[in-house]
Design a protein around this ligand. Structure first.
Ligand SMILES: Nc1ncnc2c1ncn2[C@@H]1O[C@H](COP(=O)(O)OP(=O)(O)OP(=O)(O)O)[C@@H](O)[C@H]1O
Ligand SMILES: [Mg+2]
Length: 410
């Protein structure tokens, strides 16, 4: 009887690991195509010395820590290279393909990423060779001329950023110089702003599933994901889904969120290297049950079908499509999407879910309506917000999860 240990590499979160573990426990064993029964255990990964030749016990690891904690990041690389452990996500592409590389790759594919310029560091780097190198090779440049070319307003943001750190909207030359002066030793992009967009779509993808949500970046975190159905035209909705899957298949990310601004019929991706996406109960609320179900489904699918982890990138196949002059933008998306569906083994996944995991929706619904889940909701609110806010937020999230349960149509 194959047994699978799923490792969770975690930072401070308690909410989604509890949800994931509980849903998997309620699901119980799953049979594969040959009738063998697979069982699952979940364990939080601890950080300790490891021998490079040691054998890990895990079949699959979901990582939410390695983007800032390097010891477990190197452990992930070891178990990927030496032991074929299935990882969400590849530590290699996540480390090297930060925002900047992701912009480059998707521009190369012809996606409508706003024009972007990388400017050199404002402050000297802390390196004894810097003065000589800079004096010899740094070319003077005219920041205002770059800005005039991109046009105001624009965004200045770190080339590798996250969580809005160092992001500023720049309206004129004075703001530009102030933002650049403040950037210090952070490497910055200047990026044209997509002004007057109709919708901000933020998608969360887990394996071969994608949820496209309306995002309200100007609101506090618990209100940013608006509960809104059909807010995009069918064409824009499917383009957002396709772009999300293409980005992920290209980089081998299987747990990632993408931000796109939709103006008229155009979809502009602005931020899609988020391979450690926020899945907090207090951020996703209404969409949390979907995210947990999808994470369980994808993890189980990978383990039971012995899906092979892919560390290599298949860039050439994408670029061959990108470089064709006979294909329109829409044709190219269709072709890339084919590669993405192939990577995610989408038809097989869909069949697997239908034949082995059709009870997940029901058991998640039952759990979300249980006292057990309510306890998790209350403790999550208590650990997230100050005491004076507890009552208000408990009612708020109970309402949204109640709405979700109601919308399941039962
Ligand atoms: N080119 C752009 N046009 C319009 N708005 C933009 C653009 N770039 C960034 N923004 C706005 O700035 C916000 C932060 O930018 P971005 O998402 O690139 O930074 P981040 O640090 O990755 O943020 P997060 O981690 O929250 O996703 C976006 O959510 C969006 O509201
Ligand atoms: Mg963002």
């Amino acid at each position: 009887m194959p047994q699978h240990l799923i490792g969770l590499l975690l930072g401070t979160e308690e909410d989604w690991p509890t949800a994931f573990t509980e849903i998997l426990r309620r699901l119980g064993p799953v049979k594969d195509g040959s009738g063998d029964t697979h069982t699952f255990d979940v364990e939080r990964v601890t950080i300790e010395p490891f021998d490079l030749r040691s054998k890990p016990r895990h079949s699959l690891v979901i990582d939410r820590l390695a983007y800032w904690y390097y010891h477990p990041r190197e452990w992930l690389k070891k178990i990927a290279l030496m032991d074929d452990v299935y990882l969400l996500n590849s530590p290699f592409t996540f480390q090297s393909m930060e925002k900047h590389a992701a912009y480059c790759a998707m521009m190369r594919l012809g996606l409508k990423v706003p024009d972007t310029v990388l400017v050199p560091y404002k402050h000297p780097l802390d390196n004894s060779r810097y003065a000589y190198t800079a004096a010899r090779y740094n070319r003077q440049f005219d920041l205002d001329a770059i800005a005039d070319h991109l046009g105001y307003p624009m965004f200045m943001k770190p080339y590798d950023g996250g969580a809005w750190v160092g992001v500023s909207r720049v309206r004129d030359s004075a703001e530009l110089h102030a933002a650049y002066d403040a950037s210090g030793e952070r490497l910055m992009h200047l990026q044209s702003s997509v002004e007057g967009y109709d919708s901000f779509a933020r998608s969360l993808s887990i394996g071969a599933e994608t949820m496209v949500m309306r995002f309200r970046p100007e609101l506090p975190m618990h209100e940013r994901y608006e509960v809104s159905h059909g807010f995009l035209s069918p064409d824009a909705g499917s383009e957002v889904t396709s772009i999300s899957r293409i980005v992920n298949a290209f980089f081998r990310w299987e747990f990632n969120s993408c931000e796109m601004l939709v103006r008229g019929t155009e979809v502009h991706p602005i931020d899609y290297a988020n391979a450690c996406p926020d899945v907090a109960l207090t951020s996703l609320h209404y969409y949390f049950p979907w995210a947990m179900s999808a994470l369980v489904r994808w993890a189980v699918f990978c383990c039971v079908t012995a899906r092979q982890p892919r560390l290599d990138l298949d860039t050439r196949r994408y670029f061959e499509i990108a470089d064709r002059e006979d294909l329109s933008y829409e044709d190219k998306l269709t072709e890339y999407r084919r590669l993405a569906d192939d990577y995610f083994d989408t038809p097989r996944y869909t069949d697997f879910c239908a034949s082995r995991l059709s009870n997940v929706d029901d058991l998640v619904l039952e759990w979300i309506q249980s006292a057990d889940f309510d306890k998790l909701l209350v403790s999550t609110v208590r650990s997230t917000y100050p005491a004076v806010e507890h009552e208000r937020f408990i009612a708020h999230f109970r309402g949204l999860l109640g709405l979700w349960a109601q919308d399941q149509g039962r």
